[in-house]
Design a protein around this ligand. Structure first.
Ligand code: APR
Length: 313
């Protein structure tokens, strides 16, 4: 049986996700948006690309969740993007309402699905999606680490004059300005990056990675990044649908791992057909551990706002 991937939000990120899902032959796409004609128009446009690009999956655009019944994966991109000067956290209240509504409908239609969250502020919206869904935490995962690591890898590759494929990196923690690019896991052609770049260059690249989303917001002026965020969540969806057991940094529910509990935070996760198969733990440097703690505190503050908003429902 073909796979069914529901993409909620047919905006910049959602449409890019749909295009990449089809191009990678991961399955059929249901593109859901309150702006129904926008979803229908993009689905039609995508289907017309099929014969040219050689993919066989189909897209449906709709505002109705009945089309999403029995989806394997639900990718949540609905929300308001960041405007210049707006932090990811400013978006919390607006996007909480949207995520709460769409996840409620989506899980009634697909009680066995795996939910991947892209809407910001990421870690708190993943928590909101999980609380709303009533799903086991293994089946609710946030996308941030793959994107943050991709940005870090690009900037390092450029500084070192090497292919981006030669750079391995893991960015952990929350998807905020205090994310944790983990240097002991960062390698260039197998060598420790700390032996390849002076400390001040590394510090500059880490700072650019932390503010990587904002750099794009400033340039675009009317929205936030979408090609790389879409590629990152589709990478996670592929790992799940193909039961790859790939190790990817994702926002997962922690129950004591890395000294953290009761929150979604970016950590290395083994991803397969059941979602989070396990969280990979490894010893962090004292510096990274305290950075992760700071990042976790920032996420907890947002989760408390989510708890309060959920109480009002
Ligand atoms: N139900 C369905 N769709 C909705 C709803 C809703 N309740 N509310 C908003 N949407 C849709 C909008 O109609 C819009 O088409 O979500 C879409 C969002 O698209 P964009 O405005 O283009 O935003 P985008 O750039 O795709 O970003 C979406 O991803 O990376 C994050 O920070 C970003 O949270 C933002 C999200």
């Amino acid at each position: 049986m073909g796979r069914k991937i529901t993409v909620i939000g047919a905006g910049h990120v959602g449409a890019s996700v749909a295009q990449q899902v089809l191009a990678q032959q991961l399955g059929d796409v249901v593109l859901v948006d309150i702006a129904e004609e926008l979803a229908q128009g993009k689905a039609l446009d995508l289907n017309q690309a099929g014969s040219v690009l050689g993919f066989t999956g189909q897209a449906v655009g709709t505002a109705k969740f009945e089309y999403t019944i029995d989806s394997d994966i639900i990718i949540v991109t609905a929300g308001s993007p960041r405007k210049p000067g707006m932090s990811r956290d400013d978006l919390l209240k607006i996007n909480f309402d949207i995520v709460h509504t769409v996840v409620g409908h989506a899980v009634s239609a697909s009680p066995e699905a795996i939910i991947l969250v892209v809407t910001n502020p990421l870690d708190a919206m993943t928590y909101a999606a999980w609380r709303t869904s009533g799903f086991p935490a293994q089946r609710v995962i946030g996308m941030a680490g793959v994107l943050d690591s991709a940005r870090f890898r690009l900037f390092l590759a450029e500084a070192l004059g090497v292919s981006v494929h030669m750079v391995e990196a893991m960015v952990l923690g929350g998807h905020g300005d205090d994310m944790v690019p983990c240097l002991p896991l960062t390698r260039v052609g197998g060598a420790a990056v700390t032996d390849q770049l002076p400390a001040e260059d590394l510090a500059r690249i880490i700072e650019r990675t932390r503010t990587g989303g904002g750099e794009i917001v400033k340039l675009l002026k009317t929205g936030s990044a979408y090609y790389a965020p879409a590629a990152s969540v589709v990478r996670m969806a592929a790992a799940i649908l193909r039961d790859e057991k790939a190790v990817l940094p994702c926002a997962a529910w922690l129950q004591g791992e890395y000294g953290q509990r009761d929150l979604f935070l970016g950590v290395p996760v083994v991803l397969g057909r059941e979602g989070v198969i396990r969280i990979m733990e490894f010893g962090l440097s004292a510096e990274d551990q305290s950075a992760l703690q700071r990042s976790a505190e920032a996420v907890r503050a947002l989760n408390r706002q989510v708890d309060a908003l959920l109480q009002g429902k």
